[in-house]
Design a binder for this molecule. Structure first.
Ligand code: VG1
Ligand code: CO
Length: 539
């Protein structure tokens, strides 16, 4: 039944910040998925005795790609695949299934927060036995392999029925189809105080969770409505659709517009939240109030003792360099470890495995803990609900009290999208070359204290990673520049701005960042080089 098929390499199968992400039309090319998967299998080497976890966020091509992966894993000699029913599994649930079953790795078919459908994006995230995505050293090897791959192995069999739970044998390999929600829900019940949150809803508390027609609908319905008793209809856009119903499943103020409009109307629920395509991102809202992901990480960390699973203490916390410094002040107050890593969840994995940190987060709406090795959207929502249940305070009250205690990091991210790749690369290179001239200069009233590339030296595997450029000012303000590694066409320049105030707690972030924005635009020559005077997306 095993066929060996000749193929020719593609030159664009390099993974980015989180796996391979391409236009669906690119992925539809002959052997595109086959080449990529065979390259991974070649780098792993012998698949004998190995078990992998497979699922996806249900987007267009999920069903086709998963059949290819099953048939190729079998042909390459894998012992077993654990597959989500109907091919569904969120990224955090997948990490849990890998860890729980001590699997050798896993594949989540998703382009995360990127739009789906025929004209959207498709992607594959690859994790190893840690439950987290592979380090760059491994993805570099896989990329080299994709440039040389000449043939792939596949079982010549009918498509496998993934609708029935249970174990079947296919081409000499075991396939166990599991309920992707069950294990995840059990894990959440072990972490949070479900009884307290249930009481909150019994007392009339209301919420709206927007699954954005992506993978978290079934998880959210089970947890929030069935188990915690949120009124029916609290979870919206809860049926995963191949094109996400046309939505851009990125839970931020721009793309989660339906939820934002609702939460800023007079009909708002007490609590609002959304997740992204594959369920690893979250947005937290109160009535007429938005919590920045950077503040959310700081607030979660400050309140660890309210949560059953963390009440005995946490090791430490880490954030990506681009994320605001709000959590640093919390770490200092609590005397816990604090780390700053490059953008991408994979950089947190060593810190969690070595018990240096328990919590971690990114400004891009990602928060999580060492319960798994991915960021976790529903976990973050439950964390907030648990804080609210334990304190009786509203989202806004919790956040404002946090600012009173620690001061406020005004923080906004500006994305310049669809920039020519060569222009973006040159902009970054030229900017880096100019940065050493900046310290000591005063621009728009702000004095630069230090400027340079962000370099992370991993304390565990001693690898060194350069990611982005940072300008720091004497008053604690910062500008971070980086190029996105998750897009599927052109370049996106991300500019992250932060300004700290201990006393001005109620200002408008954009207003507070007016001068810093001007400096950021001028120093990098963004208008001159890209023709853009405004960002395309502001979050
Ligand atoms: C973006 C975010 C980053 C996140 C990554 C994957 O990467 O900035 O924080 O880890 O997406 O998120 P980039 O390189 O485009 O800035 V997900 O939800 O796509 O797995
Ligand atoms: Co995601």
């Amino acid at each position: 039944m095993i066929k060996t098929v000749a193929t020719t390499p593609y030159t664009d199968q390099k993974m980015g910040t989180a796996g391979l992400r391409r236009k669906s039309q690119t992925v539809l090319q002959p052997n595109y998925v086959e080449n990529f998967m065979q390259s991974i299998f070649n780098v792993i080497g012998d698949l004998k005795g190995k078990t992998f976890v497979v699922g996806g966020d249900g987007r267009f091509y999920n069903d086709t790609a998963i059949q290819k992966i099953i048939k190729m894993a079998a042909a390459n000699g894998a012992a077993k695949l654990i597959v989500g029913q109907n091919g569904f599994m969120s990224t955090p649930a997948g990490s849990n299934v890998i860890l729980k079953n001590k699997a050798d790795g896993g594949f989540i078919l998703s382009a995360s927060h990127n739009p789906g459908g025929k004209s959207g994006d498709f992607g594959i995230k690859y994790s190893n036995a840690s439950g987290g995505q592979i380090p760059s050293s491994v993805s570099d090897k896989i990329y080299q392999e994709t440039l040389n791959v000449k043939e792939y192995k596949i079982c010549d069999i009918e498509d496998v029925d993934l609708s029935r739970l249970g174990t079947q044998e296919v081409c000499g390999m075991q396939i166990e189809v599991i309920d992707p929600v069950k294990d995840y829900v059990e894990m959440m019940q072990q972490i949070f105080d479900f009884a307290a949150i249930r009481r909150l809803f019994e007392n009339g508390f209301t919420m709206r969770f927007d699954a954005m027609n992506a993978v978290t609908g079934p998880y959210a319905r089970k947890i929030f409505e069935e188990l915690l008793g949120a009124p029916e209809g609290s979870v919206v856009n809860d049926t995963p659709l191949p094109d996400f119903g046309g939505l851009h499943p990125d839970p931020n103020m721009v793309y989660a517009k339906e939820l934002v409009d609702f939460m800023f109307s007079d009909k708002a629920a007490d609590f609002g939240a959304a997740n992204d395509g594959d369920g690893d991102r979250n947005m937290i809202l109160g009535p007429g109030f938005f919590v920045t992901p950077s503040d959310s990480l700081a607030i979660i960390t400050d309140n660890f003792n309210l949560i059953p699973a963390y009440k005995n203490g946490i090791y430490g916390v880490a954030k990506s360099a681009a994320t605001s410094t709000a959590v640093a002040r919390v770490a200092q107050t609590h005397g816990i470890g604090y780390y700053e890593v490059p953008t991408g969840w994979k950089y947190f994995v060593n810190l969690m495995d070595s018990k240096r940190i328990t919590f971690c987060g990114e400004e891009s709406f990602g928060t999580g803990s060492s319960h798994i090795r991915e960021k976790d959207g529903i976990w973050a929502v439950l964390f907030w609900l648990n804080i609210i249940a334990a304190t009786g305070k509203s989202v806004e009250q919790i956040t404002r009290e946090h600012w009173q205690k620690y001061g406020r990091s005004y923080y906004v991210r500006f994305d310049f999208e669809g920039v020519d790749t060569a222009v973006a690369d040159k902009l970054m290179a030229d900017l880096e070359a100019r940065l050493p001239e900046l310290p000591g200069q005063t621009l728009e009233g702000f004095t630069v204290s230090d400027a340079g590339a962000f370099v992370y030296n991993d304390p565990v595997d001693h690898s060194s990673t350069k990611n982005g450029l940072i300008i720091r000012f004497a008053d604690g303000s910062r500008i971070v520049y980086r190029l996105s590694g998750t897009g599927s066409s052109g370049a996106t320049i991300r500019v992250y701005l932060e300004r700290y105030s201990k006393t001005d707690l109620n200002d408008d972030p954009l207003k507070m960042l007016t001068e810093i924005f001007k400096i950021a635009m001028a120093v990098a020559e963004i208008p001159e080089r890209t023709g853009k005077h405004q960002a395309d997306v502001v979050t």
